[in-house]
Design a protein around this ligand. Sequence first.
Ligand code: HEC
Ligand code: HEC
Length: 349
Amino acid sequence: MHSWAGPMRQTKRYGLMVQVGLAISISAILPNEPSAAASDDVLQTSAAQSALSPLPPPVVLPPSKVMLGERLFHDPVLSGREKLSCSVCHDLKAGGTIRLPRTIGYDGQIHAFNAPTIFNVGSNYRLGWRGKFTSLIVQNEAVLNDRGLMAANWPRLLSRLGDDPEYLASFRKVYGAPPTRETVLDALVTFQMSLATPNAPFDRFLLGDKAALNPTEKEGYRLFIDYGCVSCHQGANIGGNMFQIFGVFAQPGAAEVAVNSHLDERLQASDGDGSVFRVPSLRNVEVTAPYFHDGSAETLQEAIAVMGRSQLGRELPQSDIDSLQAFLTSLTGEYNGKRLSAIADETDR
Ligand code: HEC
Ligand code: HEC
């Protein structure tokens, strides 16, 4: 069977390296004057040098597996008491997450962490806020079996799926046999690999369309580089490819860590990890509030201000926060040809 560890394995050599305060100096090529001075050409070239790249086009996946995985992802049949589906906490109509600071598990207890978006998950080299997983298959199985998350077990789940004539027929058609642990996980993971959100205005800008960003967004992009946000949030996912201390310069407010009855310690907050977290991807961050591992920032403005203080040791002026927010909004991509912000708006109405 195909292994999905690919994109994640590639960067493994970085391991758990924590690079504190590494700033890519871009000031050498960017003029320090107001934005208008930084021409589009300079901004487009500096992107290459600052390790930001457009999201690659989605990989071509077998549609029948994607469809089967999509159905499983939305079906409470996967959880122990058939009450919870993956999509409850990773709602595709709400940015691939849930608008709660921290999620509530099967046992009614509050989890230690905010649910990350499921969009572009295939481009993250480590999974989870602590990065304890390198493979979607292993992570998905842990979520399924965890008593505080899906509380499923394989014999029960496989017999439920096997007893459902539609599922049985689909598995026979797609995999040539009744559902097994391997094929259930393969379908789920194939669906998640399909959740790429290409074609954000920022991607179009990087690919040469100078009009794709408005002047405020361009100014925000320049600030993103100049302030050194890009030293941590980088790569095709604008984040998600390294670990960092949250609170390099100032403690972002002590988050109390919830201890609950999970069985799987890889999905837990453990003291040994201190305040080191995976730097999150900023793609679609416009629609994934609340922010941070504990959901402690309600708005993007707040999250940006905290980043200034805790990661850069600076109090950012309001006008810069506004421009940075405009830039981050230009990272919202499309799913099935529709901008994620438009999908989220429809749901709010
Ligand atoms: C009750 C809420 C809840 C449900 C239900 C749930 N998840 Fe999650 N999911 C979370 C939380 C919270 C995290 C963050 C855990 C961590 O950081 O260790 C997470 C993390 C993830 C990640 C890692 C994302 C990343 O970028 O690191 C994946 C993949 C994922 N879940 C897939 C699934 C799948 C597949 C299912 C269904 C089988 C599922 N989840 C069901 C809450 C949930
Ligand atoms: C030294 C590394 C570092 C720098 C520099 C940095 N960040 Fe972050 N950023 C992080 C880490 C780590 C987190 C996750 C913190 C947590 O949740 O515990 C984060 C989280 C965020 C989030 C919340 C994302 C989410 O989904 O919850 C936003 C927004 C953000 N950063 C924007 C910025 C901006 C804008 C700048 C520049 C002004 C910046 N960051 C500079 C490391 C950094």
